[in-house]
Ligand binder design. Sequence first.
Ligand SMILES: [Zn+2]
Ligand SMILES: [Zn+2]
Ligand SMILES: [Zn+2]
Length: 564
Amino acid sequence: MKKILPVITLFILAMTLLLALASCDKGSKDTPSLISTSPQETTTPAPETTTEPSHEHSYTEVVTPPTCTEGGYTTYTCSCGDTYVDNQTDPLGHDWGEWKTTVAATCTAVGTETRSCTRCDATETREIPKAAHNYVATVIPPGKTTQGYTKHVCSVCGDSYNDNYTNPTGSVGLDFTVNPDDTITITGIGTCTDEDIIIYSTYYVDEQGNSKVVSSIAANAFRDNTTIKTISIPASVTSIGDGAFAGCTKLTEFKVESENKNFSTVGGVLMSKDGSTIVAYPAGLNLTTYTVSASITTIRPSAFAGCANLTVFEVASGNARFTTVDGVLYDSDKITLIAYPAGKASTSFTLPDTVEKIGDYAFYKATKLSAITLNDRTYESDGTTVDVPGISSIGSYAFYGCTGLTKITIPNITTAVNTYAFANCTKLAEVNIGSGLKTISTHCFEGCTAIKYLLIPETVEVIDDYAFYDCTNLTTLVLRSGVKEIGYRAFTNCLNKGTDSTGKNIARVYYEGTASKWNSSEITIDASNWMYLTMYADLYFYSETDPGSGNYWRFVDGVATPYR
Ligand SMILES: [Zn+2]
Ligand SMILES: [Zn+2]
Ligand SMILES: [Zn+2]
């Protein structure tokens, strides 16, 4: 910016005048003496320089302070007109005051706020986000069948939401499972101690209100509960499994929400909505006779299971579907025995010749019965014509809990004895299995604690899971050669009778085969049985003749007998 004049002669002249011109002395010390703020001055020297002596610049300073947006600087001006600018500073920037609300935000609309500069007229405006709702919480307590929750309503705009859902005050603690379709099935009493059970229509599975509808009651869900007096079934239940209320001996009344489209009640008895099907009779009802009305077309298998007060069934005269013989309920052609009144005083019972099927739960907890004769097929003397058809099948739970029953002979014609058919028959000591049965079904004789001697005939191939589970007094088990499979826990808790004075196991298993067959793939024994069959009991293999030593047996007059 500053240029040294090329004219050397002028420079020398200036030097001679140096002391005379004291007023410019200072400037000569601080800055080069010949400077200019403009090239014009340097190229066009002032006329005085030629006519008057040159001088040292003496600048006056004018400070221009910075503003919010413009920088500050100092202007130096010499009396000679030379001028320049220096000491530049940055703009100050605005000095903003506090934001002040111009339009307040609400929970439904944004607001605005403004601030001003304390130095200049500048202002700034910005948006204020929507305000939070001003929710006021109200707790809605649960009803018997309706959920409780907390309702939050904004006092400004009315916006609302619910949370903290709680289940109805109906029966708490019932067991349930969640079905693949996301509905709930009630499976049991769980931890509930209510005498009057109220089943919810909806379960709230979390506090956010996610819910699942109760659609069904599982088979055997409340079976043998002796606390329940009434049970209220919500509108949402569309199916109830067999045996759900079997043997509930305190139960005197079913209640069904009137909105339920599948079920209704008549005199406390659970019926289909249209009243044509008897679903379940409350087993604690204090009546000795029940009359099946003319309009009944279907009776569910477990409808009268364990009704200990009932001694007689009757069928109204207009009903062509059902009939009774000696107070026992059959279908009209007497092929299926539907229900034996559990309170019937007789100790023995002989089936009509026509009966071929014993229905599920038919004799459930008929505890007074000690003997029953199950018909086998008989023939005319020519050996061809069927005289008595015999019992071809015995339903599940058919004789469950018949605690007076001491002996049962399953006919040779019987091909199916279903699950739990003789379970918990605690006096049942003698079991004769006919030749028609290939499978002993699951849980079939579970808990039959009176059985000491058991012969599995050679026609039996499969002893299914839990078939003899908990037959704790079983001491002698004869497994004939036909057995191919022994299922999970089929003999768990059996044959554990300790040892005699000689240290031998008291319990024995007589297997009609060799050790190599026992250990071969010809027979599959679930490992859960090994301890009971081979450790608690001594295992004997079959031999027609005495091998001289070892655990061997043969039949003597039809009785399994060891050689020693
Ligand atoms: Zn000057
Ligand atoms: Zn400003
Ligand atoms: Zn609001």
